[in-house]
Design a protein around this ligand. Sequence first.
Ligand SMILES: [Zn+2]
Length: 380
Amino acid sequence: MRTPRSLPLQEAAAPTSLNPRMNDLNRRLRMGFLAAMALAGWCVLNPLTSPQEVSPWQAAPPVATSSPAGAPEKRERTLLFVGDVMLARGVYARMETQDDWALPFEKIADTLRNADLRFCNLECPVSDRGHNLHHLYSFRADPLALEGLKAAGFNVVSQANNHAYDWGPEALLDSLERLRAAGIRPVGAGQNDMAAHYPALVNVDGLRVAFLAYVEIDPKEAMAGVDRPGVAWLEPARVLADIRFARPLADLVIVCPHWGVEYALKPTRNQVELAHQMIDAGADLIVGSHPHVVQALEPYHDRWIAYSLGNFVFDQKNSATHRGLMLKVAVRDKQIADVTPVPININSSFQAVLTPAQPATPEPTLVERKSAAAHAQSAR
Ligand SMILES: [Zn+2]
């Protein structure tokens, strides 16, 4: 193969006109051209990247599959969502005593392993830095707890909650850095409000998923500012704008609000309204947390809203907080095909365990059927 001869410099130079007006025009055209080239170069060198200085895509784009162009994809992917995970206080003490940082997840490891992506709300920073701000309860997990999150296979965790800032900005930023270093994508917090609101974009073997996470629970001092680290606040107008921004970047947009009333069995009217608006703005799924108890799953416009998944790993005393829900989300043809709630319990070692299957309600016997029919007859 012949190497093309490079042009001598003078050949590339623009011809000069004898007409001074034409020279001026040429100069202007050249300057315009150079400016356009500089702009194009800037755009190439500065693609739209996350302000968190990480590549927006965790994994490389998929290699083309053998399925013919245009044919629907056969492979199903499972995304698994769990509720609040708090790895400090009693949970830490238990892990430390047994010298086992994966302890909270061990009894449910198989279920976690069978998913293609795992998400939790991480209700504490993971750090050995910062200062205790002495909130009513202040949580900070030992960095060793990361071993457990890694072993359980969590890919994305929300730090948009009312405990991520318990040890101030230093611990929060350290936590975000440690999570990223461990290959776990934090969402809903950052070095400033742009970073906190930027979606975590994750590639699940070719399926592009955008995660957004927010909190509306005090302390409000945790809210990220223009030049202040913190968490993304659940401001409706901003949230809807974030969803519209994320929509064209991904196949699925999933919003994880930390909201509502602790121990309440139902969401508030405002939550329901906002959840509907989020779906209308383009979200595919809403997965909420904070109340520490499970709340309703609502279908809305062919999408699903889980208002609260309750706890997954926590050490609260109230027995109602020892039950939670996992959400198993099956994705086919890049759309959510099935949403299955899977109940869990938290045992006395603060481990998430699958709730034992309830015995099936026995079929009514012939006698009971007869008497029921007779009862119906007599009631007429
Ligand atoms: Zn909370």
